[in-house]
Design a protein around this ligand. Structure first.
Ligand code: TPP
Length: 355
């Protein structure tokens, strides 16, 4: 190779605070007390229990479609827990369940969404898995992957222009990085120093397309260098590490430091959606290996090593969460469908009273 062509940029180091066996390798992030750690654990369980239930409801023909978050919870809950109420979230169209819960969505609201009921915050108007909540600053996703990335860059730019501490946060998958909008959004945010965090949950697959068909570099995080801002690689099965990198990126954005790209590596522990047969393209060994790294297992081991948790507490939490999900399911299923006469509401302008 000619000497005028230099070496490839070095890859970012993987940020991790909890080892796979639950041993704390780094410090507990500043600002997180015992109550926070237990709440993160609860949110992990709530997400997993909701996920299990939703897949069963599809099988029973009670809801039509579901895209699971199993295996993504450590990245979703940890990062979501760092968000403030006024931050705007632009989730991907398929997952982010743990972010919704961390931001304050209730199991009833989420179930109402899957049942298409009037009690869904978007009143049954969205496709399943396109959850949004005006109250919680969660923008319903667009099905076209990656197309909300520029919106998060725009919100971050608007906030900076107004001197408002709000951050625009885009969540997306590895597949979305092949979309033009990924490059447009990152470049815009860099040029205008938007208060934006780009949070990529890399589960190694875009349905059946593996990562090495998506890009020619080993990590997504290192692509940030091309735009001129930091790219961070984090173990997505470590909720403390995902919290810490997200909190640092949010603080950086709020204080005028500009955008950050975060890549959280996870293993998808479910098929792409309830309609996908992953046995046709993925080796079962990948998910088996992923189960070993599961964030729920790791975080429980961490809490036990810290003397904060035991088997009895785990059983009690599992039962409580199970009951909440069952109640939310029953209540959402019994809730009314949107009234037909409201069909056009939120479609055509109806004046301030119709907003
Ligand atoms: C623009 C566009 N092309 C194709 C699709 C079909 N599609 C739906 S999900 C998906 C894969 C998305 O993968 P990724 O972004 O990695 O997120 P993941 O679903 O793995 O979380 C594709 C290609 C789509 N929704 N939008």
């Amino acid at each position: 190779m000619s000497e005028s062509i230099g070496p490839m940029p070095t890859q970012p180091r993987m940020h991790r605070l909890i080892a796979e066996d639950g041993t704390l390798e780094g410090g507990i992030p500043e600002g997180l007390g015992e109550a926070d750690l237990l709440e993160i654990h609860r949110l992990l369980h709530l997400s997993r229990a909701f996920d299990d239930q939703a897949f069963k409801l599809v099988r029973q023909g009670r809801i039509s479609f579901y895209a699971g978050s199993r295996g993504h919870e450590g990245a979703q809950v940890g990062s979501g827990y760092a968000l403030e109420a006024h931050d705007w979230v632009f989730p991907s169209p398929h997952r982010e369940l743990g972010v919704h819960f961390a931001k304050g969505a209730t199991p009833f609201e989420k179930m109402s969404h899957y049942f298409g009921r009037a009690t869904d915050p978007t009143q049954g108007r969205q496709m399943p898995n396109h959850f949004g909540s005006r109250k919680l600053n969660i923008v319903p996703p667009s099905t076209a992957v990656g197309t909300r990335i520029p919106h998060a860059a725009g919100v971050g730019f608007a906030a900076r222009s107004k001197g408002d501490p709000t951050v625009g946060v885009a969540y997306f998958g590895d597949g979305a990085t092949s979309m033009g909008e990924f490059h447009i959004g990152l470049n815009f945010a860099a040029v205008f120093r938007s208060q934006t965090v780009f949070f990529c949950i890399n589960n190694l697959w875009a349905i059946s397309v593996p990562l090495d068909r998506q890009m020619g570099v080993p990590t997504i995080a290192e692509r940030a260098a091309a735009y001129g801002f930091p790219g961070v690689l984090v173990d997505g099965n470590d909720p403390l590490a995902t919290y810490e990198v997200m909190k640092t990126a949010l603080d950086r954005a709020r204080s005028g430091g500009g955008p950050t790209l975060i890549e959280a590596k996870v293993v998808r522990l479910c098929a792409h959606t309830s309609f996908d047969d992953e046995s046709r393209y993925r080796d079962a060994a990948e998910a088996e290996e992923g189960e070993r790294k599961d964030s729920l297992v790791r975080f429980r081991a961490f809490l036990e090593k810290q003397g904060l948790w035991d088997a009895a507490k785990e059983a009690e939490l599992a039962a409580t969460v199970r009951r909440q999900i069952d109640e939310a399911t029953a209540e959402a299923e019994a809730a009314p469908l949107p009234a037909p006469e409201t069909l056009h509401r939120h479609v055509f302008y109806e004046g301030p009273e119709g907003d």
